[in-house]
Design a protein around this ligand. Structure first.
Ligand SMILES: Nc1ncnc2c1ncn2[C@@H]1O[C@H](COP(=O)(O)OP(=O)(O)OP(=O)(O)O)[C@@H](O)[C@H]1O
Ligand SMILES: [Mg+2]
Length: 212
C-alpha cells in the first residue's frame, strides 16, 4: 500500500488525507466515491489507527462485499479486522458481543418477516381482536416505522398523533400490540429484523468504547 496517494486525483486526495473530523463526499455515479472511502480507510490505518477502530457501513450486501474486497486490495490481511458490512450485519454482530449489557442472551436468533407476522397473528388472537380489521401487514409496517424512528412501545403509547391515526384506521390497539411484541420475542430469544438496530444504538450511546 506504499504509493496509494498517487492513485488519487486532487479532490479525492483531499478527502482521503483530511482525517481530522468528518468529510462529506457528493459525486456522480462511477466518479470514484468508493475509491475515496476505501483509500481513506487505508490512509487511517497507515496513520496508525487500529483497523478494528474503523467502521464502514453500507446499505446492501453487494456494496459491503465490494467495499471489503477493495479494502483488502489496498491494506491486505489487516482488512479482516476492519468493521465493514451492512448496517444490519454489523449491528447484529455488535449485539451478539454486547448482548449481556442490555439483558439479552447471546444466542438469540433474528426474526424474518414471516416470523414477525406469525407473532403478530398470535398476539391478535390472544387479545381477541378481529383479524379482518387488524391487518398483520399494516400493523407490521406501523410498528416497523415506529422502530425506525426509535419510538419504543412506551413512547408509541404516549404519542397523540400515532394514537389518533390508529383510531382513525379502526385499530386503536396497535400500541398494545407493540407492547406485547417484546414479550414473545424475548421469551423465544429472538429479535425482529429491525430490532438489532435499536439496542446497538443504545449500547454505543451508553458505552462508546464498548462497541468497538
Ligand atoms: N483517481 C483515479 N484514477 C484512476 N482510476 C480511478 C480513480 N478514481 C476511480 N477510479 C476507477 O474508476 C472506477 C469507478 O470508481 P469507484 O467505483 O470508486 O466509483 P463510485 O463513484 O464508487 O462508483 P459507483 O457510483 O458505481 O458506486 C473504478 O474502477 C475505480 O478504480
Ligand atoms: Mg461506489
Amino acid at each position: 500500500m506504499s504509493d496509494y496517494l498517487s492513485q488519487l486525483n486532487d479532490v479525492q486526495r483531499q478527502a482521503v488525507e483530511n482525517t481530522d473530523g468528518p468529510v462529506l463526499v457528493v459525486a456522480g455515479p462511477g466518479s470514484g466515491k468508493t475509491r475515496v472511502l476505501t483509500y481513506r480507510i487505508a490512509h487511517l490505518i497507515e496513520k496508525g489507527v487500529a483497523p478494528w477502530e474503523i467502521l464502514a457501513l453500507t446499505f446492501t450486501n453487494k456494496a459491503a462485499k465490494e467495499m471489503k474486497e477493495r479494502i483488502e486490495k489496498i491494506v491486505g490481511d489487516k482488512s479482516d479486522k476492519v468493521w465493514a458490512g451492512t448496517f444490519h450485519s454489523i449491528f447484529a454482530r455488535i449485539l451478539r458481543v454486547e448482548a449481556d449489557k442490555i439483558g439479552y442472551p447471546p444466542n438469540f436468533t433474528i426474526y424474518d418477516t414471516d416470523d414477525t407476522k406469525s407473532v403478530l397473528s398470535a398476539i391478535i388472537k390472544e387479545m381477541n381482536l378481529d383479524k379482518t380489521v387488524y391487518n398483520v401487514n399494516t400493523i407490521r409496517s406501523r410498528i416497523s416505522s415506529a422502530k425506525s424512528s426509535l419510538i419504543t412501545p412506551r413512547l408509541y403509547a404516549e404519542n397523540e398523533t400515532l394514537s389518533m391515526q390508529d383510531r382513525q384506521a379502526n385499530m386503536p390497539q396497535i400500541s398494545a400490540i407493540y407492547l406485547q411484541i417484546r414479550r414473545p420475542l424475548q421469551t423465544r430469544r429472538r429479535h425482529g429484523f429491525r430490532r438489532p438496530l435499536v439496542p446497538p444504538l443504545r449500547t454505543v450511546a451508553k458505552e462508546p468504547r464498548g462497541a468497538g
